[in-house]
Design a protein around this ligand. Sequence first.
Ligand code: NIG
Ligand code: FE
Length: 415
Amino acid sequence: MSKSFKLQDTDTVWINGVLATMDKDVDEQYGLLKDHCIVTRSDKIAAILPKDQLNTTLYSHVIDLEGAIVTPGLIDCHTHLVFGGNRAQEWEKRLNGISYTEIAKEGGGINSTVSATRTADFGSLYQVSYKRLRALADEGVTTVEIKSGYGLDLANERKQLEVVRALKNTCEVDISPTLLSAHSVPPEYKDHSDEYLDEICQTILPTLWQEQLFESVDVFCENIAFSLAQTKKLFKTAQSLGIPVKAHAEQLSNLGCSALVAQFNGLSVDHIEHLDESSIAALSEKRTIATLLPCAFYFLKETKVPPIDLLRQYKVPMAVSTDFNPGTSPFASIRLAMNMACTQFGLTPVEALAGVTRNAAQALGREHTHGQLKAGYQANFAVWDVQAPVEIFYELGRNPLIRRVFNGKVSCLMK
Ligand code: NIG
Ligand code: FE
């Protein structure tokens, strides 16, 4: 950073933080910078400077972070947090020995949340979703992806996405909405999944896109959901409108969906327990992100771990997310997801933190603006009462977050 940096009157200078920048250009683990300060200007980071390059003695907008660790605001890049009801009864069934797949085949699973979400009115859906979002934000999350997929018809997919839009307008969180109408075949289309897919491609997707209710398209490509051929058709529709795609891929079996996502230059492939080497090579070529969802793996008591070593070998960037949803991951805790990425999947703590910052930003197409402490980036960061970054997700049950800064301002969730 040049010595010619000039403070402006409205700038804020954050001093005495230990900065885990997650910037790859900083040649330290976690991109760690000691003895540096952050200068924020409006909602952006204007500069990260060695403290001796800035004389702040006569300057009034200075915030002393007193040696705390600062990370980029955390990013949860895969959630389904707008839904009605819950699935505790279904969990009890699973604990009594019935599998997730069997429950789905009997019309339970995703479709039971579909009926609870269709019944819920806008206000009640907003209220429950707000509480879930607040739980994430209270752990330092400043960007959240939220999917539709529990409405499964035009009116109810719109209702879900309008709740997402209301959250975006009322809460101090950056939200990335995703259309997941191809999540499950709704009961009125039972045994007619092609017809339902046509309804998505011809009506739901183009209408809600025109209403600017989402920014990417997702699909559940699996034996109990949509086939590879159906997924391709959906992606072609999205591509024709210039909409980025991603997928729930290779979660319960290997259908080759990840390679298809790569072919369409998709943002991410998520779950990927059953991913094979040739698909990994395809992802690596396209810089598609591999999103790991260890809480769903844990809650479904899965045993097949994603191929982490191969992903490392092929340098596929890995994101980590909660997958917060009522069926497979009822956990509104990004710190739990980071902890489990390490304990269940063997990520290093540096990889886990990159998974909820730099790489999660890329999974949302925000890699040039979010997920790093770097000049020009959004001034979203989290300040932690810890001695080392690993402590952020080591001790669960005690939240070490001291401050959450959103768009340059210390924030509670609500304005
Ligand atoms: O990410 N795999 C599909 N979708 C969700 C589960 C949704 C549900 O069970 O309600 C997932 O695991
Ligand atoms: Fe999911």
